[in-house]
Design a protein around this ligand. Sequence first.
Ligand code: UTP
Length: 413
Amino acid sequence: MKDYVELLKKYNQEHILKYISKLDDDKKKNLIHQIEKLDFEQLNELYKISNRDKNKAIKGVIIEHIPFVDKYKLENERKETLTNIGENIIKSNKYAVVTMAGGQGTRLGHNGPKGTYKLDVKPNAKYLFEILAENLLRENKKYNVVIPWYIMTSTENNEKTVSFFEEHNYFGYPKDSIRFFRQGNLPLLSEEGKLLIDENYNIKIASDGNGSIYKSMKNEGILSDMKKRGVEWVFIGAVDNAILNMCDPILIGLTIDENNEVASKSVVKVNPHEKVGVFCKKDSKPAVIEYTELPDQLAEETDEEGELLYGESHIMCNLYSLNALEKIANQNLPYHSAHKKVNYIDEKGNLVESNEPNAYKYEAFIFDGFNYFNNMTILRGIREEDFAPIKNKEGVDSPYTAIKLYNEFWKLN
Ligand code: UTP
């Protein structure tokens, strides 16, 4: 029996044979090649975590408050010392920036990579990638350097992202200091654990979450490129924060001063039940706990000054030493499952569109990387200066709210 037939039978995926039998030679070859490359054992493991009760994930885990530093409560002298430490790192070309742009942006629903979304800010509308490029160009000028900029794409959006940059002349950023790299992906599984087929008769896959950045940076040669360039500190941020500060010398200085290898900027929750992940310690290691996992009692708990004990939101504004990234890249981060609406082609060749979640997607989360360290630095910033996310089409964290925050930040009102 052919290898792929054996594999499909062994792992209860025989339905794929029905598709194969109807395909022309090229498509058949292509699909068989994809099957032969799949890690079926891993898929079995992933299917086991589908639909797992989220509360079970923290059962028996000790959740504790994690200390943070409030940027706006720092004494002037301390601020100056930390700023100097951070600025020296940037000025001596030891700093690089990574943008995570491999997400699907399903909630925003923009047709194309999220970074190609045009935000109607003043005085002229700008693409999200353009906003990031402008910010970095400003820092380059300030410190008289060219910060290497790495952009993580996905299998799905890589080509569109690269050609978008080419069409826009890299927004004036020195081309040889930009490098794109692709993140990993994983097959989606139906509720019965079956592989799905897409419109082009490929195995239906999706990005495997922003936590795959660590391994992707290693596998795509990004970590070694950074090493070659003498980079020691790396900022990793999201593509969808219109006022993201990618070069905060205080964040760098504080991390070095606290003798940590990993750091993150936070903003305090709007209210105890805001739907964001917050920093904490899980079994004494730094972590982010998702709002779905945080018991109400902990969510509302305050210290003697009335501050929420679990109030520091993770806003995807993270800093790592290069050594820390190498260390995490050698670990296997856990996967989380999400129940999603997924279109696919059935065995008769018809497109199935679902209004209800009908399949599982598996993702690693960037913040699970914090777990491999005993401590991390957390610097509390403020929303108005650090966080204008674009997640939803309208309402909270939408283009509307981000435009307002952007215009206010740059005093364009
Ligand atoms: P989100 O988790 O908010 O996902 O990503 P998203 O793709 O932007 O939007 P939805 O959930 O589909 O609506 C936060 C950051 O992580 C990146 C995103 O591009 C964004 O910068 N990301 C997310 C990746 O790079 N890869 C992924 O697999 C997922």
